[in-house]
Write a protein that binds this ligand. Structure first.
Ligand SMILES: Cc1ncc(COP(=O)(O)O)c(C=O)c1O
Length: 366
């Protein structure tokens, strides 16, 4: 089917760009001796998780029980990179296949003890990574001593095995060339944590970190053993804006149709906040997305089903019925709004993938 046969809005994946992105990350990780465990929140699609494994990923990272249930079908090595608090989540984790090597990241004794006892009830042992805060101030223990306390307890409990530490440098969103001092800060703090753990004979086997903005500088963080960067499969406007990818590495767009040109100076497309997501650009530029082939045209405003294109910086005057491809500010939030993704090669739709790990329901239960 060619693209004109698709109804809009539709999430498109440029398959050759996606494979080139995966290849680039895989070879960077090989070159620097880092394992790669991409976070699947970006695509939530089993076929694309499988493409990451084929490109060299050692396993996958997930944030929700449903992502874990879906991805357990394509890898036997998963990191649940989110504190699993509450009985419902624990029940779903321990119900994952026994053959799965499951590791869980967490930052509290409450979460750790509940996980240990639920796993022990099922006769299971789950790996634990102690999450440390390296500057985002979201989750993660704030001191090396607290990391040590959790590591000790994880090693002591029935039901858990201490495997190492996890960090997420999500506070580093400056342009790639300016990231040096912040990465050195992460490195210095991690070194302190590793020293404290090492002196207690709890040297981590895994030190899991990485993000897409900092991906290709991950080797500068001393002690890291794996990276979880997820957005790098597609990239987006924010990632291109900080120089962490080139414009031509953006593999995901939303195909949209011009539905109105009635208001002078603008055109309206059928991709609004329910297709692009209302995500601010955390870099200069403004708006909610930009056209793939006309970077001077931004989506300046959104209603739920309307995207307003700003034509003030272009001579281009689209007609009703014309089609455009929009690169969103934040790819993960846009993909999460699509039921399926269309893999496009040479203007033809070659693949249709269900975004099967969206939502909260238990996988397999309708
Ligand atoms: C805990 C965790 N790990 C890994 C990632 C992946 O990083 P990125 O989105 O920069 O690719 C995220 C992203 O939010 C995350 O929250």
């Amino acid at each position: 089917m060619d693209l004109s046969g698709l109804d809009t809005p539709a999430g498109l994946v440029d398959v050759s760009r996606m494979h080139a992105n995966l290849e680039r990350v895989g070879s960077y990780c090989r070159e620097h001796g880092l394992s790669w465990r991409p976070h699947v929140k970006t695509h939530k699609t089993p076929e694309l998780g499988a493409a990451q494994i084929a490109a060299g990923a050692r396993g996958l990272s997930v944030a929700t029980p449903r992502e874990a249930e879906v991805m357990a079908g394509i890898t036997n090595d998963l990191l649940f990179a989110y504190p699993p608090v509450g009985r419902a989540k624990l029940d779903r984790l321990v119900a994952l296949p026994e053959s799965l090597e499951l590791t869980v990241g967490l930052d509290s004794l409450e979460a750790l003890r509940a996980l240990g006892s639920r796993a022990a009830e099922e006769g299971r042992e789950l790996g634990v990574l102690v999450e440390i805060d390296v500057g985002l101030h979201r989750v993660g223990v704030p001191t090396p001593d607290e990391a040590l306390g959790l590591a000790r307890e994880a090693g002591r409990l029935d039901g858990t095995i201490y495997r190492g530490v996890m960090l997420y440098p999500g506070h580093i969103r400056s342009s790639v060339e300016d990231q040096g001092p912040a990465l050195q800060g992460v490195s210095r703090y991690l070194e302190q944590v590793l020293d404290v753990l090492g002196s207690a004979d709890l040297t981590p086997e895994v030190v899991s970190g990485g993000s897409t903005p900092t991906l290709f500088r991950s080797h500068e963080v001393a002690g890291l053993t794996e990276v979880r960067a997820g957005m790098c499969i597609f990239n987006d406007r924010a990632i291109a804006a900080i120089g962490a990818c080139r414009w031509e590495d953006c593999a995901y767009t939303v195909l949209a149709t011009v539905v109105s040109t009635a208001c002078p100076g603008q055109a309206v497309v059928d991709a609004g906040s329910k297709a692009l997501a209302r995500e601010e650009l955390r870099a200069p530029g403004g708006g909610y997305g930009v056209l793939l082939d006309r970077p001077a045209v931004t989506v300046k405003a959104l209603s739920e089903e309307h995207g307003i294109l700003d034509l003030s910086e272009t001579d281009w005057r689209p007609r009703v019925g014309d089609r455009v491809r929009v690169i969103p500010n934040h790819v993960c939030a846009s993909v999460n709004l699509q039921e399926r993704l269309y893999g496009v090669s040479g203007g033809e739709v070659g693949d249709v993938w269900e975004v099967a790990a969206r939502g909260r329901k238990r996988f397999g239960i309708q």
